[in-house]
Design a protein around this ligand. Sequence first.
Ligand code: FAD
Length: 512
Amino acid sequence: MVGPAGGRLTVWPAAVRSRYGAAVPGAPDHRQLRIAVIGAGMAGILSAIKLLEDGYDDFTVYEKADRIGGTWRENTYPGLACDVPSHLYSYSFALNPGWSRRFSPGPEIQRYFERVVDDHELDDRIRLGDEVTSLELRDGQWHLETAAGHRDVVDAVIAATGVLHHPRYPDIEGLDDFAGACFHTARWDHSVDIDGARVGMIGTGSTAIQITGAIAERVGKLVLFQRTAQWVLQAENPAYSDEELLHFRDEPETIAAMHHDLSQAFGIFANAVVDADSPEIKMIEQACLDNLEQNVHDPELRERLRPSYRAACKRLVVSPDFYDAIQHPNAELVTERIEKVEPGGVRTADGRLHELDVLVLATGFHADAFMRPMHIVGRDGVTLADAWDPRPTAYMSIAIPEFPNLFMLNGPNGPVGNFSLIEVAELQFGYIRQLLEQLRSGGIAEVSATRAATEAQDAARVEAAQQTIWVTGCRSWYLDDRGVPAVWPWSFDRFRKEMAAPDLAAYELRPR
Ligand SMILES: Cc1cc2nc3c(=O)[nH]c(=O)nc-3n(C[C@H](O)[C@H](O)[C@H](O)COP(=O)(O)OP(=O)(O)OC[C@H]3O[C@@H](n4cnc5c(N)ncnc54)[C@H](O)[C@@H]3O)c2cc1C
């Protein structure tokens, strides 16, 4: 049965409307659902809070690590901070008057998520150290298995397994032969003393730029191996004064207004990147250019730092201090191609050996992994591996045909870029909760995106992507194996609108 009248669910029938109550007086077929949330990062924590708010009491959050936090637990490198303002990078329902800076440091963000978990008394809901390895659909329910051998049977699954989660290691000859310490930025080895050491870093994404700013003065030498120059938007990162912090605490409407205003402002940016000719994109490019021209003094270095593609084609780097740091006497920018790694350091194509004690791999993540490597089997034995061959896709980046009652947060082809993924996840959860309500009170046993809707959206997405800044001539992790941006190619306003209510014509709803 396809969705009733194919209509958008903007208003729930009074009989099935429930904000808090598990009991919905008069609702036909009301049932209690058992739900599994996979992952206790920002999106999994959000899910738990919202499920409780909606009266779902029977759910478990599975987290493979021994602490919550996801990204902010795993990344502990020097200089880690959010690069959208903290007062935007916060849950809308848990604004934080105590952010210390405009872009707060990573450990503070981790503490924020821990506090939110405490405040909402979620501890008992989260199974730490329990990795979900398998999900199989049998008789309309998901049979879940964890690495520890725990089993669960649930009516619905919310996969909050992250986007930038699986480190990507470079394929460079001799990497394993390096005699010094070598680690990925998401696996920073704090037992290694970098003070006074000769440190090499491969990569120039946002992470490498943050690290450069934080360590250039501390190390004996920093060699930054650059394959691609980055556009860098200068953004100061002042600490909030005691006075400001008091004001935020005593006048909560101030931070609510900041959250709102920042959301509007970043919405403009998100709208702009999908139109390569937009005036906003040109303004951003000019601001980056001014930063380069005014703050890099050596003309030869300036040219090597000048990107040959358009600003925001790759994820824009936002930094208060990168150009200062790379001009520090300890720092060297190397633009020669890396030929191989040797026990003593990195040899570049010009034959030079850059002698190093520590090699940092700032080489990013497998941004297309999503729920994988979980083994997932949907209807009729279809595996996720089959469904996502050759590449991952999902209707509205949330639902996959043949995988009913399985919903993703920050799934494939969603909005990713220089804005708050918290806001994205909140909007997505608003959509998912309406699909859950179909299961709880709508007499529906299984809800899954139709193949037709998914394919039509995918075709439209690929076409729309041609207008975006991401296809204007750069390599980036936004692009899939065909060079098509695997991200939301429409405006953020459209995303908000789509997330407001599911179009049930795009779903197959199997009755109970
Ligand atoms: C260095 C860095 C800086 C960033 N800065 C920003 C920023 O400034 N602004 C912004 O909006 N975004 C930023 N991001 C993106 C960031 O990932 C998101 O903002 C957000 O933290 C993602 O939350 P999540 O819950 O979706 O995923 P994650 O934080 O990745 O959490 C996923 C969780 O799922 C768990 N998990 C995965 N698979 C399983 C399994 N099979 N079983 C059990 N548990 C599992 C993981 O252990 C993890 O805890 C940054 C990312 C990185 C890497």
